[in-house]
Design a protein around this ligand. Structure first.
Ligand SMILES: [Zn+2]
Length: 150
């Protein structure tokens, strides 16, 4: 699904005929991703909704899904790591603060709530950060700015 009008289907829009494929620093890529901006150009608006990443950046035109259909498996793994870390940190902090009488029921229900809410809250960040990590190892090429036929 392409959200942009495609009068010249298969070709990059005219303003993207000189795509920005310059090498960015790791810090630049990740800071932009954490702020939910395009890691390549830093523009806002790469998400169409809370859960929906656009097909391409509205500013630089880079395709945001840069691989196969399972491209964002890495984002799900990243999300899982964050959820597990948040749960472990919350557990350790509560145990440390309330020892020797930890609130077991609150830990149980709070842990369940965290396990449900954290992945939802972190979802767009996981996708954007995964895109930033991918751009560290595979900098954008000219092909990343050309529409793919689906
Ligand atoms: Zn961009």
């Amino acid at each position: 699904m392409n959200t942009l009008p495609a009068p010249n289907k298969g070709l990059p829009p005219p303003e993207h005929s000189k795509p920005d494929t310059s090498r960015k620093t790791i810090r630049q890529l990740l800071l932009r991703a954490i702020r939910l901006r395009c890691p390549n150009c830093g523009a806002r608006g790469i998400f169409a909704g809370y859960f929906t990443l656009r097909d391409r950046c509205p500013n630089c035109g880079m395709m945001l899904e840069r691989g196969e259909g399972d491209y964002f498996l890495g984002a799900y793994a990243l999300n899982l790591i964050v959820v597990e870390s948040v749960l472990a940190a919350a557990f350790v902090i509560v145990m440390f603060v309330t020892w020797p009488n930890p609130p077991w029921a609150a830990l149980q229900w709070g842990g369940a709530a965290l396990a449900i809410l954290t992945p939802i809250a972190f979802y767009p960040f996981a996708k954007a950060i995964w895109l930033g990590i991918d751009l560290i190892f595979r900098p954008p090429k000219r092909e990343d700015f050309i529409s793919r036929v689906k």
